[in-house]
Design a protein around this ligand. Structure first.
Ligand code: DP6
Length: 323
């Protein structure tokens, strides 16, 4: 069995909408930070004698929709590699506690890496990035560590990610505030498509992202955490405006999401710079310079409880962890 470890990532300039749903070609570029704290280990073995793919996640055999997504992905690997055996897949999500932060990004980056290797292919990172994309868009970026850019491209060959800065020599850090760990009601897959087809603001979003991509890369070059955080925060709010403005409109925010946003705004008004971002769920992630860590933990800990805060550093790219 070949086992790969991939870390999840948090987008600072979000991917929210596909041009091609089949190939998962996005409408816009995006940029993310790979995280040290949340990762998935996935082992894959193609063996004779199986009559179907066997998939185990966190100790449980899975069936239904989640299993179908993995099977479809394995079909793609079989098609590319020419292998015709079924696979045994064993996957474990490592999150500090039962946090609801297990992500499709780390899952499909690990699966792409382990399955392609187990099928006898030796793909370079760009090809792995393209392959991971077919499982879940955000997985495209989890092949690499640090700050990563996904070029939207126009077809399968041209849509892949690459590192912007893989080893970070400045103090960007992130705290995840665990607000609600239950499963989200509107999947990102469904949510983003509804924004593309029904939000009147979608054309404006494409312009926002084009602008933010240029600005954030400049801020990264300058190692300017305040500017990076500011762009990420604005970008997240504008992404969430696409959910509110869809038909039917909806939101991933809960009351506690708003409380967290207000807590970050309050810290900033006290002169402690930090910024927030949210994905397709209620949890809030706070971006800051590690020199401010203690003050931020103190303040957020008083509101949410310190046990609800997970500190994460920039994390590494995908690796095969056996042989
Ligand atoms: C809000 O990668 O989960 O996290 O491609 O349909 O699997 P699919 O969607 P997914 O969407 C991620 C959306 C996001 C923003 C981002 O990670 O860029």
């Amino acid at each position: 069995m070949i086992t790969a470890r991939a870390h999840t990532n948090i987008a600072l300039v979000k991917y929210w909408g596909k041009k091609d749903q089949q190939l998962i070609i996005p409408q816009t570029d995006s940029l993310s930070l790979t995280l040290s704290e949340f990762y998935t280990d996935t082992g894959v073995e193609f063996t004779d004698g199986l009559t179907t793919d066997q998939i185990q996640i966190d100790g449980q055999s899975i069936t239904g929709h989640a299993a179908d997504k993995v099977k479809n992905f394995l079909n793609l690997v079989r098609q590319i590699s020419g292998i015709n055996r079924y696979a045994k897949v064993v996957s474990t999500n490592h999150v500090p506690m039962s946090a609801g932060l297990a992500s499709s990004a780390s899952a499909f980056a690990a699966l792409a890496t382990a399955a392609s290797k187990a099928a006898g292919m030796n793909l370079d990172r760009r090809s792995l990035s393209r392959l991971a994309r077919r499982g879940s868009g955000s997985a495209t970026r989890s092949i690499y560590g640090g700050l990563v850019e996904w070029h939207r491209g126009t077809d399968n060959a041209s849509s892949f990610a690459e590192p912007v800065m893989e080893n970070l020599d400045f103090g960007i850090e992130m705290i995840a505030i665990l607000i609600n760990t239950s499963k989200k009601k509107v999947s990102s897959r469904h949510g983003m498509q509804s924004s593309v087809t029904s939000s009147p603001y979608y054309p404006a979003w494409r312009k926002v992202v084009a602008h933010d991509m240029i600005a954030i890369k400049e801020a990264i070059k300058n190692k300017d955490i305040d500017q990076i955080g500011h762009i990420a925060e604005e970008n997240a709010l504008r992404m969430h405006a696409l959910t509110l403005s869809a038909d039917p409109g909806y939101t991933y925010f809960t009351g506690d999401t708003i409380r967290a946003i207000q807590a970050v705004n309050h810290l900033r008004s006290q002169g402690i710079s930090c910024y927030y971002t949210m994905d397709a769920g209620p949890n809030v992630k706070v971006i800051y310079d590690r020199k401010n860590r203690e003050k931020i933990i103190q303040s957020l800990g008083e509101i949410f409880g310190k046990e609800k805060l997970i500190i994460s550093q920039p994390g590494p790219g995908v690796k095969i962890i056996n042989k």
